[in-house]
Design a binder for this molecule. Structure first.
Ligand code: PRP
Length: 170
C-alpha cells in the first residue's frame, strides 16, 4: 500500500482545523461534535483532543456502502443520537465526503432537529466524485479519486486502525 498522507501530516492538519473551529465559535459557546460512525471515529478522537473543554460529543451511524468499494447511493440509518440538538452549535464529523449522498441525507435530518447552527468537518474530500452539492465548512485534505484506507477508513472492515491514509491497490 502506498502512503498518501502520513501520520504527522494528518496530525498537524488536525491541530490547524481545531484552532480554526475554536476561533469560529466565540467563548463561552459550547460546541457539540457529532461523529459519523464508523469511519469518523479516529478523526473525531484526534480533533476533540486538540480542542478545549467547550466540547461535547455524540455518535450517529449511517451506512452507504456495501462490502465493496463502490457507492450504491443507498443510505441506511443504523444508530441515532443519544441527546437532542436543539439550540446547540453542532459540527458533524466525517472521515470522507465522496458522492456527498450520505452527508446530504444526514444534514437534512440533523437540521430538522433545530440546532443553533450546523456545520460539517471532513478529514478527506473527493470533489471529482460529487453527485450532490453539499456544504462542508472544514476539510482536512482534498484528494483524487483513489480508494483510500486507514485512519478510520476501511476495506471490508480492515485497515481502520492505520495511523496514516494509504491508497489500496486493487
Ligand atoms: C463512508 C464515509 C461516509 C460515506 C461517504 O462511510 O464514512 O459516511 O461513506 O460517501 P458518500 O459521500 O459517497 O455518501 P461507509 O458507508 O463506508 O461507512 P463506515 O464509515 O462505517 O465505514
Amino acid at each position: 500500500m502506498q502512503i498518501l498522507l502520513d501520520a504527522a501530516t494528518i496530525q498537524s492538519r488536525i491541530r490547524e482545523l481545531a484552532r480554526q473551529i475554536e476561533s469560529d465559535y466565540p467563548v463561552p459557546e459550547e460546541i457539540h461534535m457529532v461523529c459519523v460512525l464508523k469511519g469518523g471515529f479516529v478523526f473525531m478522537s484526534d480533533l476533540v483532543r486538540s480542542m478545549t473543554a467547550r466540547v461535547t460529543l455524540d455518535f450517529i451511524a449511517v451506512s452507504s456502502y456495501g462490502a465493496g468499494t463502490k457507492s450504491s447511493g443507498e443510505v441506511r440509518f443504523q444508530k441515532d443520537l443519544d441527546t437532542s440538538l436543539e439550540g446547540r452549535h453542532v459540527i458533524v464529523v466525517e472521515d470522507i465526503v465522496d458522492t456527498g449522498l450520505t452527508l446530504k441525507y444526514l444534514q437534512e435530518i440533523l437540521r430538522s432537529r433545530a440546532p443553533k447552527s450546523l456545520k460539517t468537518a471532513c478529514l478527506l474530500s473527493k470533489p471529482s466524485r460529487r453527485k450532490v452539492e453539499v456544504s462542508v465548512e472544514y476539510i482536512g485534505f482534498t484528494i483524487e479519486d483513489k480508494f483510500v484506507v486507514g485512519y478510520g477508513l476501511d476495506y471490508g472492515e480492515k485497515y481502520r486502525n492505520l495511523p496514516h491514509i494509504a491508497v489500496l491497490q486493487e
